[in-house]
Design a protein around this ligand. Sequence first.
Ligand code: ATP
Ligand code: MG
Length: 384
Amino acid sequence: MSIKNVLLVRIGEIWLKGENRNFFVKALARRIKKAIENTGATLEVNQGRMFVRNIQDMDEIIAKVTKVFGVHSVSPVVQCEKDVQAIYDTAIEMMTPMTGTFKVIARRADKRFPMNSTMLNEEIGHEVLVHCPQMKVDVHSPDHELNVEVRENVYLYVEKIPAVGGMPVGTNGKAMLLLSGGIDSPVAGYMIAKRGVQLNAIHYHSFPFTSEQAKQKVVDLARMLAEYAGPIRLYVVPFTELQQELYEKCPDSQLTILMRRYMMRIANEVAKKANCSALITGESIGQVASQTMDGLVCSNAVCDMPVFRPLIGFDKSDIMDVAVKIGTYETSILPYEDCCTIFTPKHPQTKPKVETLLESEKLIDGDGLVQRAIEGIEIINIMP
Ligand code: ATP
Ligand code: MG
């Protein structure tokens, strides 16, 4: 068994938060506790530092904690007694399996400890050199940095593993993500949740033109997002009647942009009822016909709350890289049809005008269709 028995958790940007720091630290502690729930491990918050203790499986805990927004990096540490010989023994045990060059970085927060940090650096370095002849010292660019912190206990660590960063979810309000089964929208949701925003999600489903599997795919994607963002309430909207009416009564070239406007309009209304302050989409300028500048202006025009489009300046390949990193890519590319891919016009308008679209919308009973779609919503509570 590894002698590393404690995980040191570093918090990043939260340190910038001045007077509100406590609020953010508490929110982060809640998130970490939730992530390690049922593993037997416990979280200790001590003078702005966080330690996970009682760890049975270090790799499992690292995997869980590095996914929590607000965590900057983690280090598996060995805690030892505040005793010089115990520190030497632990340092030697940690360095014995290693090769290459090293440097000791000691910090003495407890000023009552008899050796200062310079003495600690020299003496620990000396002990390691004597007992680990395969190691050499390099103070400028060592392969390994042996950190030794003398506090209420003594902590030693070498590894520093980067985590997701961001802000703890729940510290920055709530927003409604328009979640399709595609590659982009899960990435968009991830990016906004990473800034501390709690997510709700809304999905438009055109049964029987879209299948049960297509809906299940969205539920699966929402669950993957929930692993980072916490529980997500997913609103599944029946969209068939609206799409059919548009198809039968409105000009073919406007079908996609009209559909996008109704999606945004419904999302805007559902978001208000759910106390969300903004919408989130996976749109990126110019990616498809409905995401030209004019297309974005027309679909935005039906909303009276901010619409966040975190991917607006991303190339598709950059979005795909993030999707791979967060683990949604493989699910997103499963080949189930989406309601956007049925009833697609042969020549979609790329320069739509709001006035023209408003004329077309008079051809259907928009208010009634929107109301019925909202009444037919199925709510699914997605847990991580
Ligand atoms: P994605 O990969 O996210 O599906 P996309 O490139 O396919 O995006 P569009 O189909 O034009 O682009 O959709 C633009 C945005 O509209 C999506 O990123 C998503 O936020 C939202 N959206 C599209 N289809 C749906 C749907 N069926 N349900 C909910 N939101 C949707
Ligand atoms: Mg799509």
